[in-house]
Design a protein around this ligand. Structure first.
Ligand code: HEM
Length: 184
């Protein structure tokens, strides 16, 4: 994945625990890279190893680390210069979720070798929808839950999130039912 992702993991860890802990995590992950370049594509394995090592060093489950990362990502990308892309994706949570593929297409203009996920929405009503998540990568559904929680905060739209399909359990892709918990 692009260095932008690994830099975000670094930022998340150093903000909360300091740079010594980040160095310990890189050592544990056997990652000998001083500075991640955000526009450089790194093997996915590096990001997975950093998450596994963070889980070990911080004594938190990998799902929790991925969830924290997902919640962090909207504010991180907003602050790192992608605020306009976020703004263009919609002014409500539902509109934003409909436009996630469009958002990554725009990101793809900046990052030409992007291998983005794909999302689609079905069973849409004012109150709830089903979000389908397709990826070539494994194990990132907990990050999507964190992302949805981060977006829910960003749009001040409280929701509950229920996993309705699970790729690890043999489904073709992951899916989530998202329900607004306060009526508009
Ligand atoms: C402007 C904001 C955003 C930027 C700049 C961005 C950029 C990226 C980048 C660089 C990657 C790594 C893929 C690669 O390097 O091949 C990625 C992956 C991903 N993005 Fe985004 N993204 C943004 C917003 C979002 C949002 C709001 C979501 C919410 C669902 C999202 C969901 C994901 C997921 C789940 C992945 C993991 C890759 C996978 O599942 O295969 N992104 N994104």
């Amino acid at each position: 994945m692009y260095g932008l992702v690994n830099r975000a993991i670094e930022d998340l860890v150093t903000q909360a625990y300091g740079s010594d802990v980040w160095e310990r995590i890189k050592h544990e992950a056997d990652v000998d890279i001083d500075v991640f370049v955000r526009m450089e594509a790194y093997p996915d394995d590096i990001s997975y190893r950093l998450v596994a090592a963070a889980s070990k060093v911080l004594e938190q489950s990998p799902d929790r680390i991925l969830g924290d990362f997902g919640r962090f990502w909207p504010q991180y990308t907003g602050r790192e210069g992608y605020g306009e892309i976020l703004d263009a994706a919609g002014s409500s949570l539902w509109e934003f979720l409909f436009n996630l593929d469009e958002l990554h297409s725009r990101v793809g203009l900046i990052y030409p070798n992007l291998q983005p996920p794909s999302f689609s929405c079905t069973d849409v009503t004012e109150q709830s929808l089903e979000l389908h998540y397709y990826s070539e990568r494994a194990g990132l559904a907990p990050m999507v839950v964190g992302l949805l929680e981060g977006l829910s905060l960003m749009f001040d739209t409280p929701v509950s999130i229920e996993r309705t399909q699970c790729k690890e359990e043999g489904a073709d892709h992951d899916a989530f039912r998202i329900t607004k918990t306060i009526r508009d």
